[in-house]
Design a protein around this ligand. Structure first.
Ligand SMILES: [Zn+2]
Length: 461
């Protein structure tokens, strides 16, 4: 485990002044820092960045630590709001922050935030200003930065100073200014040749997490490993609301992770409670936890579906504007269905893969006739493709998925005629029964998974 070499120049400058170093010593020190920084940058230009999510074990936190963690986030909020009120760009970070309590200001001490953590809170605020300005330049409507009720994420820069692992197995972590060490889970995923850099202390409904950034060399085993796939196979994937995924071989994958009964119960309870009361806040916290759980189930299912799709050598899919589906009225009203689906997650995962080909949304996959090549416009409600020139008809989604493979191969100038592509032709002229048999015959994703309640385990795909 090598230590991240990033140093903060400005801070060291301040230190130098405090220690009354002579001018030459100070200069030498700065030069050293600059050269280390340069070396780090060069090294990282050739490495790959990954983030690992470590969870702080709730059952091993002392009361003192619990309080300290709460204070860290509270003080970060005070500091952020104080900086926002007093001019972000010439704000001087001190040991106290002014806090608005009712109609008057009070001065509160910042005892739990380390100096680097303070800097990163203010740095984040500046970054927010830059981001807003960037969005404005792009033509988005932007408002002003507002005061926050919560700060839920604090950067821990410079490994070794703001945080460090206490043991070789990386099961315990020490965070600056917080008493004791925390037991964390998940660090075993970090490859042993990784260079640990900064991290982020994050408060989520299910507890506290440390998101550790690491750098890996491009030829390290972790980066170069390949998932298993069957050479020469291709598949087209059509995303939809009625059926989540329709594959070019005719198989269907339906996954909806709906809200649990518990969420409904909590929502009813919340509606009856007095807004802002302790009970109301408690119910909200429970709801947030419940939504977090749903989101993790979705992550899990999406990972499994994507992995199964990528058992093909090449996956073709189209860049569809999923968020626009939410407001679509007419045939399928999207809102809840998009909310419950895992399409966005699958798409994001496919986009990250080097073996998935994304077709632009302008490619007419639903309109193209594979037999005569003419185009027939179809409304959203027409579920069957019927060619106006030659009369060929096939399921609309299957046609789209197959066309993705056809167009995709042109698009990529890659033409393996795999098993699945041959199957496509069989499906194209087949009725439902043959389609089902085709799915079962080669045991791809054969299950139509449905999950309506979170009480169940995530479906095995
Ligand atoms: Zn035709």
């Amino acid at each position: 485990m090598t230590r991240g070499g990033e140093k903060n120049k400005k801070m060291s400058d301040n230190h130098a002044i405090h220690r009354n170093l002579t001018e030459s010593v100070r200069k030498a020190k700065n030069a050293k820092i600059a050269s280390t920084l340069k070396a780090t940058k060069e090294r990282r230009a050739n490495s790959v960045c990954r983030v690992f999510d470590l969870k702080i074990s709730k059952s091993h936190i002392s009361r003192e630590q619990k309080e300290a963690l709460k204070r860290v986030f509270l003080e970060a909020k005070w500091l952020r709001n104080d900086a926002l009120a007093n001019g972000i760009f010439d704000y001087e970070i001190g040991k106290t922050a002014d806090v608005l309590v009712g109609d008057h200001h009070e001065t509160r001490e910042l005892n739990h935030l380390g100096s680097q953590m303070k800097q990163s809170v203010v740095k984040q605020l500046k970054q927010d200003v830059y981001d807003l300005s960037k969005a404005k330049k792009k033509g988005c409507h932007v408002g002003q930065l507002k005061f926050k009720r919560f700060v839920n994420s604090i950067e821990l820069k410079q490994y070794g100073t703001t945080y460090r692992f206490k043991n070789e197995k990386m099961t315990r972590i020490k965070i600056q200014r917080i008493p004791g060490t925390f037991r964390v889970s998940g660090a075993s995923q970090i490859p042993s040749d990784a260079e640990i850099a900064n991290a982020r202390l994050v408060r989520r409904p299910d507890g506290y997490h440390v998101l550790v950034t690491v750098f890996l060399s491009r030829d390290s085993e972790y980066v170069t490993r390949q998932d298993e796939f069957e050479p020469g196979t291709v598949v087209g994937v059509d995303m939809g609301l009625k059926t989540s995924l329709t594959l070019s071989d005719g198989s269907l994958v339906n996954v909806h992770v709906g809200v649990s009964d518990r969420v409904r119960r909590l929502q009813r309870k919340l509606a009856r409670q007095v807004k802002g009361s302790n009970g109301y806040e408690r119910t909200r916290a429970r709801l947030r936890r419940e939504y977090g759980r749903a989101s993790r189930v979705k992550d899990d299912v999406a990972a499994k579906v994507t992995r199964d799709l990528l058992r093909n050598e090449i996956v073709y899919f189209q860049d569809e504007n999923l968020s626009a589906w939410k407001s679509r009225s007419g045939f399928v009203r999207g809102g809840r269905k998009v909310q419950d689906s895992i399409l966005g997650r699958v798409k994001a995962r496919l986009e990250r893969s080097s073996r998935a080909v994304e077709l632009p949304s302008s490619v007419p996959t639903t309109q193209f006739c594979p037999v005569c090549g003419s185009r027939t416009r179809h409304g959203v409600s027409e579920r069957t493709f019927v060619c106006s020139a030659c009369g060929f008809s096939v399921d609309r989604d299957v046609n789209a998925a197959c066309n993705m493979v056809r167009f995709g191969q042109d698009y990529r100038s890659f033409s393996p005629v795999g098993r699945r592509f041959v199957l496509v032709e069989g499906v194209a002229s087949a009725d439902g029964a043959v389609l089902g048999a085709a799915c079962a015959s080669h045991g791809y994703i054969d299950a139509i998974c449905k999950q309506s309640s979170l009480k169940q385990e995530a479906p095995r795909l």
